[in-house]
Write a protein that binds this ligand. Structure first.
Ligand code: GDP
Ligand code: GDP
Length: 433
């Protein structure tokens, strides 16, 4: 599983600068989706064949008045507890501040490994700039410059060294899905509705994988695994002190699933938080089924409203099947499985090179890539570079010039030609030798 690295520190130390640097290479690969607001606080990165996830906790900072004691936001504390590694960033130019000490105290209480990065150290003597930060008691501080890129790679390598090389991905032979959505949309009700009538084969012990529970069950002769992020199924037994919604856990569970079921509440407008959770699924490239829940309780007006909202705010989910269900009454829950099966099959499809290349030629015949100046990008053949999501690697020349719109046209063409309902698909370009 990908390690999650959380960036922590008081405002202005350079968290978002470092975040951008750690996620840059990957961002350039993913074509922009219209209507998708990229969440700039979560991102993917990769060094060699080691992928990782970065969380910039700066997005969680509470608004505090000048002079009031800095308080770490609840989501920051959660990220600190749930991440695999923490980079605590301090400002080498400002020097050690009382806020830094408060954060350090909290970090020392946690169980996650912490790297102390002294930022803005370009042009400064490393030993001098780091010396005063030893007293934070978090080990040896590392001098970096997020904006100049100095020391960042070394720091990253040191962090990633602690995590095992990812195992070569084994193709799962059945859907492994997770139910996601903002609080109160009905996730735990749906999990219970799904499991209530099924034969549960095995309950994974909690705590084995990042506190999520993996439950295997059978339905109509098919095998499924549902990933239950803790606090969903078990919430009934826990006090409400437990935060209902954990972004880090949600993202990790999505990463580990092959299908996500996004739950919306039909009696409410589609909110930014809904769109955010949806964007996590898309960023991870996971297959998706959408369940618009509480359908039995929605007025006609609310039903019209949410359909308009979906068309407007969640247009980027047009590849997914939508279901209108009532988890409470168990209505429509069975039908979800047909779409989960379909989305899973689409995500795992393997298409031979000749077929893909023929599909590419068809798409090119229908619409040529536009000229870039005098040069027309030349696409020669395509092969599949991966599954979950399907990746189509197109070989050719002058491919830097392919605009995002054409990129999307190709993605849609492959989805349509191979009837891949329910999964996103990624097109990548590779220069021919
Ligand atoms: P955040 O609030 O912790 O996310 O901090 P930002 O990433 O927004 O950076 C705050 C300010 O510090 C910005 O003006 C950055 O340009 C600047 N900054 C970030 N990293 C460096 C660095 O390595 N060196 C210098 N000199 N400035 C930096
Ligand atoms: P979660 O926070 O997403 O896990 O949401 P819960 O499953 O705890 O549900 C939140 C509230 O919505 C509870 O009061 C549920 O009883 C209610 N709820 C869940 N599903 C439905 C449904 O299909 N119809 C109606 N009317 N209420 C529902």
């Amino acid at each position: 599983m990908k390690p999650t690295i959380a960036l922590v520190g008081r405002p202005n130390v350079g968290k978002s600068t470092l975040f951008n640097r750690l996620t840059k290479s990957r961002d350039a690969l993913v074509a922009d989706q219209p209507g998708l607001t990229r969440d700039r606080h979560y991102g993917h990165g990769r060094v060699g064949d080691k992928p990782y996830l970065v969380v910039d906790t700066g997005g969680f900072e509470p608004v505090v008045d000048e002079g009031i004691m800095f308080e770490m936001a609840k989501q920051t504390l959660q990220a600190v507890d749930e991440a695999d590694a923490i980079v605590f960033i301090v400002d080498g130019r400002t020097g050690l501040t009382p806020h830094d000490k408060i954060i350090a105290n909290r970090l020392r209480q946690g169980s996650r490994p912490v790297w102390l990065a002294v930022n803005k150290a370009e042009g400064m003597n490393r030993a001098v700039v780091t010396s005063e930060f030893f007293e934070l008691g978090l080990g040896e501080p590392v001098a970096i410059s997020a904006s100049h890129g100095e020391g960042v790679r070394t720091l990253l390598n040191e962090i990633l060294e602690r995590f095992p090389e990812p195992e070569p991905e084994e193709d799962p032979d059945h859907p492994k899905f997770v139910i996601v959505g903002r609080p109160n949309v009905g996730k735990s009700t749906l999990v219970n509705a799904v499991l209530g009538e099924e034969r549960v084969i095995a309950f994974d012990a909690p705590g084995t994988t990042r506190d999520s529970i993996y439950i295997d069950f059978e339905r109509n002769g098919g095998n499924y695994t549902i990933i239950d992020t803790a606090g969903v199924r078990r919430r009934g037994k826990v006090t409400d002190v437990i935060e209902k919604f954990s972004v880090v856990k949600t993202i990790q569970a999505i990463e580990d699933a092959n299908v996500a079921v996004l739950v919306l509440d039909a009696t409410q407008d589609v909110s930014d938080q809904d769109a955010r959770v949806a964007s996590f699924v898309l960023e991870a490239g996971r297959a998706l089924v959408v369940a618009v829940n509480k359908w039995e309780a929605a007025t006609q007006e609310q039903k019209d409203q949410i359909k308009r909202d979906i068309a407007r705010k969640l247009a980027f989910l047009d590849f997914a099947k939508f279901h209108y269900i009532s988890a409470l009454q168990g209505k429509g829950v069975g039908d979800l499985f047909a779409s989960i099966d379909q989305a899973y099959a689409a995500a795992m499809t393997k298409i031979p090179t000749p077929k893909l290349t023929r599909a590419l030629q068809l798409a090119l015949e229908r619409q040529q890539p536009p000229l870039a100046g005098k040069i027309r990008p030349k696409m020669r053949y395509a092969h599949q570079g991966g599954t979950n999501p399907p990746v189509v690697v197109i070989h050719g020349n002058a491919l830097e010039a392919v605009p995002a719109a054409y990129w999307r046209y190709l993605e849609h063409s492959f989805i349509k030609m191979f009837k891949l309902q329910g999964t996103p698909l990624r097109v990548q370009f590779k220069k021919s030798e």
